[in-house]
Design a protein around this ligand. Structure first.
Ligand SMILES: Cc1cc2nc3c(=O)[nH]c(=O)nc-3n(C[C@H](O)[C@H](O)[C@H](O)COP(=O)(O)OP(=O)(O)OC[C@H]3O[C@@H](n4cnc5c(N)ncnc54)[C@H](O)[C@@H]3O)c2cc1C
Length: 382
């Protein structure tokens, strides 16, 4: 280890920013050097994407700049990470080689629409920030027909988000006075709406979307997409506008380095360790299995919790303390109803060694909490 230990953080999303800030809030520049590397220089809370779709937000006023990090004495390098040598503790970006003492891999999940033949030509990607304005434009101009929202692979980021999207779209169409001329169909490969939240919460979510005449089609495993047609393993469905949640995979270098096998993610335990010493992985790039073959959902709140866990353990190691923290698996995801209220799915992944979930009432107070969740992260991290 060099005189001042160097923590390198790959990815400036929920996991990376929570870890970087936790480290810097506890250790001075003489105790630790922190470097965040990301190919883009902005951070956005995922759910703001749906506010861009419904027109209550713009991209510009939903992002924070990673260029603010140096003000907190956290170095930021805007560059693409192309490989790493975990034995020899080196990371290669397109333009430089960086040595580390501790590495936190927080590179998120990659959207892979190319895995579904015909999708890129015939449908939109609801999670791609580059497509949000065009989706909004389509929703502002559609007059009649069928909108299909289709989950095309599991696991995907923020399991309730596509349901929330369907409710916000329903609200947009209602406000335009054309809801009765448009059908909203929701397709999922899963047997119930939210397998990660269990049958009770799934039933409540089903009732919620059904109450807005959104039609849920379960066990719909997509094979391909044609012009205005979804081809599933067992049947077909036509659409006028397709909003997809494409399959998610890990970044290519995770497979190149052998940390995971395609199309999977880095397998971790509650300490977020990899098989390499002082190399950790957190957030959407990982898979943390809980009881009953269930994994921690891909959500910012869990990436954040894992990032803080790893940071605490690195701090403890740097300070030669015995303290050791395990990720607690607690969090919550918001579901906006489209009627100026929101509910929260409260999750405790490890209570009595099995996940427990609870869906709160949909209230305007919870919607304020959602807005505050975003404001707080942007202001404390950047
Ligand atoms: C519509 C929507 C709604 C959501 N709502 C919620 C919600 O209500 N609550 C919640 O908790 N979560 C929500 N999420 C999920 C949340 O956004 C993700 O789970 C979270 O961002 C994961 O954090 P992460 O740090 O693991 O990865 P990310 O935040 O994706 O960060 C990974 C970073 O790594 C960088 N990177 C990747 N590869 C490279 C490379 N080769 N070189 C350089 N940089 C690289 C990326 O640019 C990215 O900035 C939502 C997501 C979406 C899309």
């Amino acid at each position: 280890m060099t005189n001042i230990p160097h923590v390198v953080i790959l990815g400036g999303g929920f996991g990376g920013l929570s870890a970087a800030n936790e480290l810097r809030n506890s250790l001075s520049t003489s105790e630790v050097k922190i470097t965040v590397i990301d190919k883009k220089d902005w951070f956005m809370v995922g759910f703001a994407k749906l506010w861009i779709v419904n027109g209550t937000r713009t991209f510009e006023n939903s992002t924070g700049s990673l260029n603010e990090l140096p003000k907190k004495e956290i170095d930021f390098i805007k560059d693409e990470i192309i490989s790493f040598d975990l034995e020899n503790k080196k990371v290669n970006t397109k333009s430089q080689k960086i040595s580390f003492d501790f590495l936190i891999i927080s590179m998120g999940a990659i959207l892979a629409p190319q895995k579904i033949p015909g999708l890129e030509e015939n449908g939109f990607n609801l999670y791609d920030h580059n497509q949000l304005l065009e989706i909004r434009h389509k929703l502002e101009n559609i007059e009649s027909g069928k909108i299909a929202i289709c989950i095309m692979g599991m696991p995907y980021k923020c399991p309730p988000a596509p349901f929330e999207a369907s409710l916000l779209i329903d609200s947009m169409l209602r406000k335009r006075g054309i809801r009765d001329s448009i059908q909203i169909h929701f397709y999922s490969p899963a047997p119930i709406t939210l397998p990660a939240a269990g049958p009770n919460v799934s039933k409540q979510i089903l009732e919620l979307i059904n109450s807005e005449k959104i039609i849920f089609h379960n066990s719909s495993k997509i094979k391909s997409v044609e012009s205005n047609k979804l081809i599933f393993e067992n049947n077909e469905a036509d659409f006028d506008l397709l909003l997809s949640i494409p399959p998610h995979i890990a970044p290519k270098i995770i497979y190149d380095s052998g940390l995971a096998k395609e199309p999977g993610f880095i397998s971790i335990d509650r300490d977020c360790k990899t098989s390499f010493e002082n190399v950790f992985a957190v957030g959407d790039v990982t898979s943390l299995t809980v009881a009953e073959n269930m994994a921690v959902p891909k959500a910012g709140i869990f990436a954040e919790g894992e990032g803080i866990t790893v940071a605490k353990n690195i701090i403890s190691k740097i300070q030669s303390k015995e303290d050791y923290t395990l990720f607690d698996g607690k969090g919550g995801c918001f579901i906006e109803s489209g009627r100026d209220t929101a509910s929260i799915i409260e999750v405790d992944m490890f209570s009595n060694n099995k996940p427990t979930t609870n869906l709160t009432e949909s209230t305007s107070d919870n919607l304020s909490k959602k807005i505050e969740f975003e404001r707080e992260r942007l202001s404390k991290w950047l």
